[in-house]
Ligand binder design. Sequence first.
Ligand SMILES: [Zn+2]
Length: 696
Amino acid sequence: MSLLLALLAMAPTRPRPNPQDSLMAPGVARSLAASRRSRISDLRYDLSLDVTRADTAAGRVTTRFTLTGQGDLIVDFRGLRIRRLRVNGLVLPEPEFNGHHVRVPASAVVVGANRLDIDFDARIAPAGAGIIRVSDPADGATYLYTLLVPSDAQLLFPVFDQPDLKARLTLRLTTPREWTAVANGARVAADTSGRKVTHTFAESSPISTYLMAFAAGPWATRSWGGSSRPITLYVRRSRATEVDADSIIADNDRGLRWLERYFASRYPFGKLDVVLAPAFPFGGMEHPGAIFYSEERFIFREPPTLSQRQGRTATIYHEVAHQWFGDLVTMEWFDDLWLKEGFSTYMAARMQAAMDPGSDAWKTFYLRNKPPAYAVDATEGTTPVWQALDNLDQAKSAYGAIVYNKAPSVLKQLNHLVGDDAFQGGLQRFLRRHAFANATWRDLLASIAEAWGRPLDAWGASYILRPGLPVIEQHVDVREGKIARLALVQRPAGAVSGRGAWPIGTVLSLAFTDGAVTRIPVTLAEDTTIVETAAGRPAPAWVFANAGDQAYGLVLLDSLSVAWLEGGIGSVRPGLDRAMLWGALWDLVRESAFAPDRYVRMVLRELPRERDEQLVPVLLGRLTRALGGYLGDRDRAEWLPKAEQGLYAVAVDSAAPYGVRRAHLDAFIRVAATAAAIDTLEALLDRPALSGLPIG
Ligand SMILES: [Zn+2]
């Protein structure tokens, strides 16, 4: 026995916490959720809320369910107060409520059908409440909406607040008479009484509590005649004339139709409405039947850049994809948050690429996802895609680059590995098998593996359970004008990954000086892979081991490729490969394997002729970072004035595309530091516009 254990053995015994009390602890523990999931079924909420007072909603919920097993029943509630609790028709005097949960004693419930009737009050506030209140500074109007993800349904009403207890919801909402309202189900009645109106919504399909939603207020509504189904858009009255309602509705409609075909599954929730929610903290939220989008990101105050327009469409496709992936089939627990988020982001790019080939959606996907994912995943603090979660009150900590950027990237790799048919077929199986229910990532991989005809266990262990990412080094030996040996060598970027190779499916580009490009599919299963089919070919201008961005990993270029690209990168086509090669060179700068002043020189040389509106802001961002942190004092003194002049020249070039000029002007404002540039800047700020470009 060690000294420590001996000391512990002498310590006085403490009373152990009563397991019944631990159920009442804050949040929703995995154990509480598992116990309820095993006991409760056939769940329905009949929820009435009166939101006519400013700060408090008066509510009543009737909860019906079938119960098995023994023990107290714990209901989650973080609202203001419980006014009355009846269990199976009998009032429970002084129910135990601790600000987190309400206890229903085992003696009050029965095995079989039960009914709880709870009268309660919930908070209405600008933030941190079950109902968010926004006052419109333009006209003083008040708007209300809910945002209950990941576990805030319990702020709104007493509820079993966990994703795997799906329930049918019937909502009745009493509002001021002149208001309208929208919720998951269609509005089927509006009964006016005095100065109030009660909106009744049709019973929803079985949905998870974090997906329940409503919005209420004096909204303006818009529709679009070209839509294949009725979709109503709700927007604040004061911004109704600014909103580009037709294209927002059209993108939602187009996304639904495309996915109905791809999934071979009709849109599962009947009607769809969209709400442009003011002061919304996310780009969108996928409530079934009532998607909420960020008003701020969806109404452009200035002419939108290409990136902004494509970003809005990508957000719409993301939320529409969630209607199946997340809403129809839902994760059991928030440890699988990545599944719905990764899938929806990946699917949004697929949809954009299929419906609008000119959008270059895979380049956008690369630029938005890979650099942020690699940046986090190369650190020792990274986590696996699947993250254990003991309590739902910790679920918000999972929202980050691993879930939002790495997860879609590994799904792209999975699709590449199994091929389009097995991927699509597997998804269709998955959705059929788990419709209106819950599933885990292992269920998804099982469905895809069945469609593929091969197991995916090793793939799951490498990409879902293992943290970190591979670095893939290119080794190219050229002798007498021909490739003698081409090897791809992978290693973990950090110690956090442990040892061993990732199974990687990728495509190798061999580009030649005459502009021809040969693409060779390669599977990397070991630390070192010799690409036999490359040997004997003419010496390439450059080589790239992740053409088309199928693989998830950092590619380190060989010295021959670097030497050629330093002068010729501007001629690389398509834009996706050019963007990736710029990224690979920047990775070398960050690895101290390529001098930052050489990167700055390349950027300043190429920017005046680079017309790619998505790539330009990325290059400008790296230029700013190189000037700010990577260059030594002497190099900075040399390059800063050149950068200022170069940026300003493109900003005032009226022949350049709007988004390109806008990005250059913003970068000029960021870096201007010499006396001459500051004079130019001050003169600029006195003018309302710069050759047609708004300033400020
Ligand atoms: Zn999402």
